[in-house]
Design a protein around this ligand. Sequence first.
Ligand SMILES: NC(=O)c1ccc[n+]([C@@H]2O[C@H](COP(=O)([O-])OP(=O)(O)OC[C@H]3O[C@@H](n4cnc5c(N)ncnc54)[C@H](OP(=O)(O)O)[C@@H]3O)[C@@H](O)[C@H]2O)c1
Length: 266
Amino acid sequence: MKIAIIGAGNLGKSIAKGLIEKHAIDSLYLTKRNLSSLSDLESAKNVVLTTKNSDAVQNVDIIFLAVQPRHLEGILKEIQSDLKENHLIISTITGYSIPKMESVLGSDKMIVRAMPNTAIAVGKSMTCICSNEKGKSKIETAKSIFNSVGTTIEIPESQMQAATVVCASGIAFWMRLIRATTQAAIQLGFDAKEAQELAMYTSEGAASLLITNGNHPEQEIDKVTTPKGCTIEGLNEMEHKGMSSSLIQGMVASFQKINNIKKEQI
Ligand SMILES: NC(=O)c1ccc[n+]([C@@H]2O[C@H](COP(=O)([O-])OP(=O)(O)OC[C@H]3O[C@@H](n4cnc5c(N)ncnc54)[C@H](OP(=O)(O)O)[C@@H]3O)[C@@H](O)[C@H]2O)c1
């Protein structure tokens, strides 16, 4: 596959690293106005770094758009004349709808909208995708790219904002949970490095149990909560302090914010 990533910043570079790691590319063009932050990829096989978006588009079949929303319209206009019928355009831009992209590019272009997260750099992104009518024929291609660097589900475009909160912002939410667990482990006597290892691998194990067994979390909780035991004591104390409630309220607040940002952009 010949792929370009327009805007190889935090997310774009993570996507690039994931694709390189999984050998999922024949050639990969990475664009930015200032290329210095990509110097570590300079010598990577089949990778071209360029400031020229048009050059990248002309040399590939699949174009990832990973710039900040405010830069997108200018870039779409810049590359419009280089776009061919067989180009697949995959946008990761938060809050920028497919109809809005079609209003610039036309509805005859194959457009997929994707919401990955930064775990794409280590092949573990939960990515939600949807497409325009024309892009439906390429949705499996888009899925196979994202499946090579994680897990993909197809959702209606109307759920894209919610997916952004759960999956993209979700990385930050889970980092805080892991950090809090680490802090508790230090207080319980582990040194900082050990504490983080305990927190990271325990959370990985918990998620893996659900992924592997397909169980509801409460089934796994039942297995470790002895009546009158220490686990249920701790768990109930966390719930008295509002653990589930604060997580839910935080995610709903994020969702309200993302919807307000979208209104401001319209
Ligand atoms: N970070 C995430 O976890 C995440 C997850 C899902 C979706 N998203 C979405 O993905 C997009 C990128 O997010 P990000 O966090 O990666 O932002 P970012 O780090 O700011 O990356 C955007 C990059 O675009 C480059 N850029 C700006 N103008 C350009 C131009 N004319 N041509 C080529 N490149 C240009 C910038 O580099 P130069 O200034 O050097 O050009 C910058 O490095 C956003 O729309 C965001 O909403 C992010």
